[in-house]
Ligand binder design. Structure first.
Ligand code: ACM
Ligand code: ZN
Length: 760
């Protein structure tokens, strides 16, 4: 209030007080109503419900409801220090927190609830005890964040706004996959995630328990599964591993049950089984020996489908799994099964012949069907990854669609239920630059093109936490905040949802996560480097962009690591040489996320026109039209936006240098990522021309990178020491066209990825 006299100030203050209405107070309260996932229907009323020292929880005399009441009581008691009593009662009471079933709420289904808080009491009602269990999470979130403290906190007004909430989920399957095989997660950590899932009204923990790199579930009949299969030994003799005893599993299952979280154990077959084969090599086609895998990828050694002893083994394993997990669903994997061994195994070939199967794909179906029949006879339903659709899906099986949503569409068309967790939105092991919070928030498990009459087959979705590159301490930062978006996409799923409104709630929610010790990560890639080549100036124009508004960016060129003493970014800058730009975000003075970098290469072809015989994919457009000559190199992550992808077709590019001149060197850089069907070209041939019509070959380079290489690789194909004159350059890179027959995507269309054609 600069330039206003003190007298006028007091008049204004008086007017301000005069006109401050309950309505404006209400606005303040409204911003305090900050529940994730957002309730379907919420009305904020005047006033608050205040927790008093003498408060009691009244609930029906039902063991299940009593457990829910206990969870709420413990939560409130720990942080407030109040000695809260639970009292069995036939009816709700004033001044209390009431948890009661109400048959008239059957419209709200199994998980819906109604919550009414007034100055005098809290009434939580639901059609089922599961609904009450979801409702207490809303009560928790309506209190100040300190309610989550694991020790008593003083000087807090323990109140929640008066509200009326009627809430129920849009999708009945809201899950998270936790891969405890690539990295082992301690039992307490698994319980902690069950709590965090419950807090956000997710209802399923898909527990990935067996893999090539580790068998994690104790099976009494086969002790070597954990003695041998649970530990991997690296070249330097270090050993990594761990497993869950049956006692620990029972404890975790009970813990989940109390929180109304379904656990779906995944016992992978017929592939991803090297750890089991290391323990019992006789279950393989070749007899082994094998070692528990120490690298990531897809392995050729799988369970033998020809030997009856394999099925006997698996049935015995499932007998114990069924004992441990009383829930109706068992995930049997079924993804990424190379058929190499089966093709050469006399037992497998005999099975194909005797069962009248067409090929190894049908043998896979036979395998799954036989296991499914066993599990069905024991009252269980199977779920498998979308590969189980190939060769005919067994009746009654549920499909988890991960390679896009096509698996879900096909399953629904065949009247099978589907869970949707596509790599595009639901793979939380992917970096935040690839799948950020906004992207997850836009997730809808129902594929857009699915006809209405099949939509009922889409049960919901899952977010998948694969842990090849994620040991336990890193899980929080990958799961959070993205799981908040997933929980809302699956619970609330409003077609006209407002991301900014959600983001606002996320930011208010952080205090509640912090107090629970959640080490959440960024909402988006903290910093993006967005260079563009300017042909007129023959230099780069570099823009840096923060993923969130309160991030400061510092940057350095020449490959130096930036810190707070580096250049602080304020506006786009020019770079007129070949260099590596690195940038790093800072939030509230502290580093925020890892630094990012982009390599810029000033060469003769930069900014020149590229003509392609075959169009690049719109999903991988690598800088667009002249992207192969923009001077901007991609990184090892083929999704970073600077790679151009050509599926099935060859890369066939002509560059017009605009004038005739000396050419000393031509190169093209390619990326291989076998797991994503991206391979090096078979060969690259380089041509020059004076007129763009008559071409002279100046060299052909044969690829020497194995297509089986499991790690991502970048390779430069080049011809050096040319002493040529040319105006036009042609680069032809030969696509292998289809994934090799040993590959999980055998026969599928293979990709070439290139980021730059370099001319010097
Ligand atoms: C998967 O990601 N292989 C299911
Ligand atoms: Zn075999």
């Amino acid at each position: 209030m600069k330039n206003i006299s003190p007298h006028l100030k007091s008049i204004l203050l008086f007017v301000f007080i005069l006109f401050i209405t309950p309505q404006s107070l209400l606005m303040q309260n409204k911003t305090g109503v900050n529940v994730i996932p957002k309730p379907t229907n919420i009305t904020v009323k005047d006033g608050f419900y205040s927790l008093s020292e003498s408060v009691k929880i009244y609930c029906e005399n039902d063991p299940d409801i009593n457990k829910t009441a206990l969870l709420l009581r413990d939560k409130l008691k720990t942080s407030t220090g109040y000695d809260i009593e639970i009292i069995s009662s036939a009816e709700p009471k004033d001044n209390g927190i009431n948890l009661f079933l109400d048959e008239s709420l059957n419209d709200l289904g199994k998980e819906g609830y109604r919550l009414k808080s007034t100055q005098s009491k809290i009434d939580l009602t639901a059609f089922t005890s599961t609904g009450l269990s979801r409702g207490i999470q809303t009560i928790r979130q309506l209190f100040p964040a300190e309610i989550e403290s694991d020790e008593a906190v003083d000087n807090i007004k323990w109140e929640i706004p008066a509200v009326e909430i009627i809430d129920k989920p849009q999708f009945e399957w809201r899950g998270m996959l936790l891969d405890c095989c690539r990295h082992f997660m301690e039992p307490d950590f698994v319980k902690r995630y069950i709590d965090l899932l419950a807090y956000h009204k997710m209802n399923t923990l898909h527990w990935h328990l067996t893999e090539d790199q580790g068998w994690r579930i104790e099976i009494k009949k086969y002790p070597k599964l954990t003695e041998i299969g649970a530990f991997r030994t690296y070249e330097n003799d270090s050993v990594y591993g761990g497993f869950y005893t049956q006692e620990q599993i029972r404890d975790i299952v009970k813990y989940a049950e109390e929180r109304h979280i379904r656990i779906v154990p995944e016992i992978e077959l017929p592939g991803h089984a090297v750890a089991a084969l290391a323990a019992y090599p006789e279950l393989s086609c070749t007899g082994g020996p094998f070692e528990v895998a120490t690298t990531w990828g897809v392995f050729k050694d799988v369970y033998c489908a020809g030997k009856d002893s394999t099925f006997e083994f698996l049935q015995n394993v499932f007998d114990e799994v069924i004992e441990l997990f009383p829930g109706p669903f068992i995930h049997i994997g079924g993804d990424e099964v190379p058929k190499d061994r089966w093709k050469e195994c006399p037992d497998c070939q005999a099975r194909i012949k005797n069962e009248g199967l067409k090929d190894e794909n049908e043998l896979q179906t036979y395998f799954i069907q036989r296991i499914q029949k066993y599990l069905e006879d024991h009252g269980r339903r199977i779920i498998g990854w979308d590969e189980i659709l190939e060769g005919g899906i067994p009746k009654g099986a549920m499909v988890q669609s991960w390679r896009g949503v096509e698996g879900a569409i096909e399953a629904a068309h065949k009247k099978h239920y589907a869970i949707v967790s596509p790599t595009s939105h639901a793979y939380f092991n992917y970096d935040i630059g690839t799948i950020d919070l906004r992207k997850v928030y836009s997730f809808n498990p129902v594929p857009e093109i699915l006809e209405d009459k099949f939509k009922m087959f889409i049960l919901g979705g899952e977010c998948n936490m694969w842990t090849e590159h994620a040991p336990q301490p890193t899980i929080d930062s990958k799961m959070f905040p993205r799981i908040l978006a997933m929980s809302e996409a699956l619970w609330t799923s409003e077609p006209d949802s407002d991301y900014n409104e959600f983001l606002n709630r996320v930011r208010n929610h952080y205090d509640k996560l912090k107090i629970q010790g959640v080490d959440f990560g960024p909402e988006a890639k903290p910093v993006s480097i967005i260079p563009a080549f300017d042909s007129n100036k023959n230099s780069f124009f570099v823009k840096l962009e923060a993923g969130e508004e309160d991030i400061d960016i510092y940057y350095a060129t020449g490959g130096h690591e930036p810190d707070e003493n580096s250049n602080k970014y304020s506006e786009p800058f020019e770079v007129d040489n070949t260099t590596v730009v690195k940038a790093k975000g800072y939030k509230l003075g502290a580093p925020y996320g890892d630094s990012v970098e982009r390599e810029l290469l000033l060469h003769k072809g930069a900014g020149k026109k590229v003509t392609l015989a075959n169009q690049f994919s719109s999903h991988y457009n690598g800088g667009g039209e002249n992207g192969l000559c923009n001077g901007i190199l991609g990184g090892i992550n083929f999704r970073d936006g600077w790679w151009q992808g050509f599926q099935f077709y060859d890369l066939d590019a002509v560059i017009d240098l605009e004038k005739h001149g000396q050419v000393k060197r031509i190169a093209v850089t390619c990326n291989q990522n076998m797991h994503s069907w991206i391979f090096m070209p078979q060969w690259v041939e380089f041509f020059i021309s004076a007129d763009g019509e008559n071409w002279e070959s100046v060299g052909k380079v044969i690829n020497d990178i194995s297509p089986r290489e499991t790690e991502a690789v970048i390779k430069e194909f080049s011809v050096e020491n040319l002493n040529a004159e040319a105006r036009y350059i042609k680069v032809f890179a030969k696509n292998i066209e289809t994934c090799p027959d040993w590959h999980p995507g055998a026969g599928g269309k293979a990709w070439i990825f290139a980021d730059e054609i370099i001319i010097e």
